[in-house]
Design a binder for this molecule. Structure first.
Ligand code: NAG
Ligand code: NAG
Ligand code: NAG
Ligand code: NAG
Length: 381
């Protein structure tokens, strides 16, 4: 839409060029074929010139500036964004506790409408802008398969984390085993979907807090705690002013131009855009990057297909199959491994950026991951 509107605006300027050239060539009376040749040359030049005029007008309109065409929809996205959550219900808790492989059943989607606004917006004279996002999530019962009150049997994440953190330290392991007996901590527990996502009281965390200060910054424990109605870390982004090729590039996050989670410079690079836009002129050969603080890294995207979107041909970009692959064939991912080695292919170990918690990131059902992962859990496909 924006593109079309810009092109219409560009037309009058292009037409003026045509008219003045034709008038001048009409004054040439030497011989007809020279006029014809001159006109043909003019037309070719004009077409080329016209195209680049339209292009530069359009690109200029796409630069983000206060009060500009793009600004309102950038601050408060008018397009509804739906956030779909699927969860796994552990269906054999008793056997699992006795050493059997976990068997899970996928439930959902639990659908949320996400409305994100941008706040604390500050434009800098060098063509960048700093902002913070504030997302709001609203449950959509009619789009969901289930309710936030649905009961789930799931792993007690804080307890498993605590146990995992001390598994090689005999003394602390004993302390946790004793606390488990005294306080009745459980490895598997029952929670509602809402509690799992948006927070619940964790007795394990409360107990641990009495002993030491925890790096976990929230009182309640939940997978999405701290994301609803709360302002996120600041991003600084290039607006495209002065250099359209840099449009939407994230320059820094949370005041840092580099990350320090990973073991190599390449992995610690903040590169790419926030995924809401890319510099004009994307080609099928491009390797695009998106950066998101929640993922703690930049994710590459490669061309997958040409698709029709509301009658407009569009390129679909997807993460490459090997985005979470390790081993000698994927040396560029080695810096996502830690001193204790690489996780199985298909998993990004989030421990370095999730307060030391045993949390991993993967495609759903370990898609494209090491087949042994799928065999460790029954019920995946
Ligand atoms: C522009 O200035 C801002 C604020 O001083 C700074 O954070 C940002 O890194 C600068 N960007 C570039 C590309 O130098
Ligand atoms: C998110 O916060 C808003 C505003 O405080 C609230 O209305 C909404 O119910 C919250 N969403 C969830 C999923 O808790
Ligand atoms: C999860 O499993 C428990 C126990 O089998 C069951 O009561 C509960 O309804 C299941 N939850 C969902 C969302 O299917
Ligand atoms: C696009 O993705 C589909 C589904 O994963 C895959 O089968 C296909 O090979 C991909 N095409 C290209 C050109 O990468």
């Amino acid at each position: 839409m924006e593109m079309e509107k810009n092109m219409a605006n560009g037309t009058p300027a292009g037409m003026n060029v045509v008219v003045s050239r034709v008038n001048r060539s009409a004054r040439c009376r030497c011989c007809l074929w020279m006029v014809a040749l001159w006109c043909a040359a003019t037309v070719i030049f004009m077409l080329a010139g016209y195209d680049s005029v339209v292009h530069s007008v359009a690109v200029n309109q796409m630069v983000l500036r206060q009060g500009g065409q793009k600004y309102e929809s950038w601050v408060d996205t008018p397009v509804p964004v739906y956030y779909k959550v699927y969860v796994f219900n552990l269906t054999n808790p008793k056997q699992f506790m006795e050493g059997a492989r976990p068997r899970v059943q996928e439930r959902g989607p639990y659908v949320y409408l996400m409305k994100e606004t941008k706040e604390e917006i500050e434009f800098h004279s060098n063509g960048s802008v700093t902002y913070r996002t504030k997302p709001l999530y609203f449950f959509q019962p009619e789009m969901s398969n289930g309710a936030e009150e649905d009961i789930l049997v799931t792993v007690n994440i804080p307890f498993v984390n605590a146990a995992d953190a001390v598994k090689d330290q005999g003394f602390f392991r004993m302390v946790i085993q004793m606390a488990k007996k005294i306080h009745g901590f459980e490895t598997v527990r029952t929670l509602t979907v809402g509690e799992l996502l948006w927070g619940h009281k964790s007795r394990v965390m409360e107990w641990a807090r009495q002993l030491q200060e925890l790096p976990y910054p929230h009182q309640l424990f939940g997978l999405l705690v701290g994301f609803n109605d709360s302002i996120q870390e600041p991003y600084t982004m290039h607006t495209g002013k002065g250099d359209a090729a840099k449009m939407n590039q994230i320059l820094s996050w949370n005041g840092r131009q580099r990350l320090d989670f990973w073991s190599g410079d390449k992995c610690n690079e903040i590169r790419g855009t926030d995924a809401n836009g890319f510099a004009p002129g994307v080609t099928k050969e491009d390797r695009l990057y998106i950066f998101n603080g929640q993922l703690c890294r930049a994710i590459p995207l490669v061309f997958n297909d040409t698709v029709m979107q509301s009658g407009i041909a569009a390129y679909r970009f997807v993460p490459p199959d090997d985005v979470f692959a390790y081993g000698t064939n994927f040396p560029e991912n080695a810096c996502y491994c830690s001193g204790s080695g690489c996780p199985p292919s298909g998993i990004l170990d989030m421990k370095p950026c999730y307060w030391g918690a045993s949390v991993g990131f993967s495609f759903p059902h370990f898609y494209k991951g090491d087949p042994k992962l799928r065999h460790m859990v029954l019920g995946l496909k």
